[in-house]
Structure formats: C-alpha cells, structure tokens
Design a protein around this ligand. Structure first.
Ligand code: SF4
Ligand code: SF4
Ligand code: SF4
Length: 312
C-alpha cells in the first residue's frame, strides 16, 4: 500500500494537528513498514509520548495538553477482507494470539462474518469494545475487572474468582474462561504478568482483549494493528485527537465524522471505545459475495507442554 492509499473521506487524508506526516513516514523508514513483523510505530506516540510521558508501570500516559490519554480503536471495514486476499487466517487475530499466548480457542479479536442488508457479507474484527459504561465492571463482585483512567477495561487474574458473572453481563461476548490449565509455552512462563499483558494464562480466570495500553505507552501499536496487512485498524488517543494504522497519522475525529462511523449496539448505552467505518473490504478488492475466512491458528501451541491433550 502506498502513502495516502487510505482516504479518510471525500477530502484528502487529514493530518493530526502538529504532526508532519511526511516527516513521520520518513522517520519510520516508510516502505519497510509493511514488511516488518512488528514495526516500531507511531509517533502518535513516538513524537508526543516522550520520556516524560511514557510510563512502564501502568501509570496513565498524558497527552500534550496534560490530560490523560484516552485510547481508542477505529476499524475501517472498507479495508478488511478477513484476510481472504492473503489466503490466511485473520492476521489481526493471529498476531494478538501470538503476542499474548492466548489459550486456544480464545480469539480476543474475533473476525465475524455478518450479512449485509440486501445481500453479501462483511467481516467485522471484534475485540473487547472497551466500554465506558461497562456492564462487566459493574457486576464484578470483587473488583477484579475495572476501568482505568485511560478508558481501558482490564482484568486482574490474580483477583478474579472465576464466577463468570462478567461473561454473562458482556453484551458483545468478548470474555473467555480458562476452564482448565491451558498449555503455556516456555517463553510465556518467563513473562512479567500484569493486567495489561495477561501472560501467562491462569486456570479458573476470565481473559479478554486488554487494548495493549502498555504497548501504546512504549510507542508501539497493539499486535492486532501491526498484524493487519491491509492497515484496516487504527489506534489512537481521543484526547489528542490522533490515530494511526502505522501507515498514516490522522485526526481521529475527522476520520470518524467523515465516514459515518458507528459503534456496536449503541442502543445499549455501553459507550464503546471501538468505532467502525462501514464497508465490506471493497477498498482492497473484496467481492462481498465471496464467503468464508480461513480458520484461526494458534501458532505457538505446538511449543507448549500438554498441548496435545488440551481439550476445551
Ligand atoms: S465489550 Fe464486554 S468485556 Fe469489553 S468492556 Fe464491554 S462489556 Fe466489558
Ligand atoms: S488491542 Fe491488544 S489485546 Fe486487544 S485485540 Fe489488539 S492485540 Fe489483542
Ligand atoms: S482487520 Fe486486517 S488482519 Fe484483520 S481480518 Fe481484516 S484485513 Fe485481515
């Protein structure tokens, strides 16, 4: 994909205030981005989350105006083809699984295939919607799931008692339970567990998409954003009004307002932080009448002890 391929509306792609896109792309070594497995990205983040604002201990990151960053995700369905053009399982899902060693069959970002009005289908990548009025948080009896000042919803597996009330409360079916002791690869056992990076998985606890705020604070985009070959997923900060898919930096509010963005089940008043731009992959050549996507893979699972016997 070349620079400017993603049009954010009827006008030219918009730059976020204060960001020089050409400089940003040059800085990143534009051209190599698509080939890099985990490109070092934005400058959403790199340029404005400097040493004073990057926190590694989970303290909230600050926008240039001094306010706490408000993480958001914008998924442009015009560019999502369910990875049909790649002939692979959805790469957003696979990248998230690889990054978190998520137990099979958890798909923290699941790519649903939904029917379009009239005929045809569309693919809808669906992570936890990071609700600002989260039913899951409201019902947790031990406050193991909680909202953060940056607007993310997390689960502390050290506190979770496995009652699964939150799973029943989530209207998006975005929570998963570890019924048994899931296989864990050796490298996951070495991980430094935090609620922002739920590795390794723990028996009898609930897990879900954590929105990767630790990565954002470190100037790196979430795995799912980096994994998308079509640059369909933007991640950003509503406070600074900025978002990036790794290829371009845009004004989040313009991207949303110029493209009839919507949120899932808005009538429930859950106030998700995940937005969608309508489409069915047409911008990357998808025929809406071609159905199906490749089944999800857990590339790490063969390295995990007990994987052969793992039954959900
Ligand atoms: S999508 Fe579900 S799990 Fe995520 S914040 Fe909303 S209610 Fe909670
Ligand atoms: S934001 Fe992070 S945890 Fe959520 S789907 Fe993307 S990679 Fe997975
Ligand atoms: S969002 Fe990107 S990676 Fe995920 S299914 Fe769509 S095209 Fe593939």
């Amino acid at each position: 994909m070349s620079e400017g391929d993603h049009n954010t509306g009827s006008e030219e792609p918009q730059e976020a205030p204060g960001l020089n896109r050409r400089h940003f792309l040059k800085y990143l070594g534009f051209g190599a981005i698509g080939a890099a497995p985990l490109p070092i990205l934005p400058s959403l983040l790199r340029k404005t989350l400097d040493q004073k604002t990057v926190r590694s201990n989970g303290a909230p990151a600050l926008a240039p105006n001094g306010q706490i960053r408000q993480w958001t995700m914008i998924i442009d369905l015009r560019y999502c083809d369910g990875c049909q053009s790649q002939g692979t399982p959805p790469q957003c899902t696979t990248a998230c699984i690889e990054g978190h060693f998520s137990p099979e069959p958890m798909e923290w970002i699941e790519v649903y295939e939904a029917e379009l009005p009239g005929d045809g289908t569309q693919f809808i990548p669906t992570p936890c919607q990071q609700c600002q009025n989260p039913p899951c948080v409201n019902v947790c009896p031990v406050a193991a799931t909680f909202s953060t000042p940056e607007g993310t919803v997390l689960i502390d597996q050290n506190r979770c008692i496995g009652c699964r009330i939150c799973m029943a409360a989530c209207p998006y079916d975005r929570r998963f339970f570890n019924w048994g002791s899931p296989p864990v690869p050796p490298e996951a056992l070495l991980a430094d567990y935090s609620a922002e990076h739920q590795v390794p998985a723990k028996k009898g606890t609930v897990m879900k998409c954590d929105f990767c705020p630790d990565m954002a604070r470190a100037g790196t985009l979430p795995y799912c954003v980096q994994g998308c070959p079509n640059d369909a997923i933007y991640y950003g900060d509503l406070e600074e009004d900025i978002a990036t898919n790794g290829e371009e930096v845009v004004s989040a509010s313009r991207l949303l307002s110029q493209n009839q963005a919507y949120r899932l089940k808005e009538d429930l008043n859950t106030k998700p932080r995940v937005y969608y731009i309508p489409g069915h992959g047409e911008a990357v050549g998808r025929d809406a009448f071609t159905e199906g996507r490749q089944p999800t893979e857990w590339p790490w699972i063969e390295r995990a002890k007990g994987a052969r016997e793992w039954k959900r």
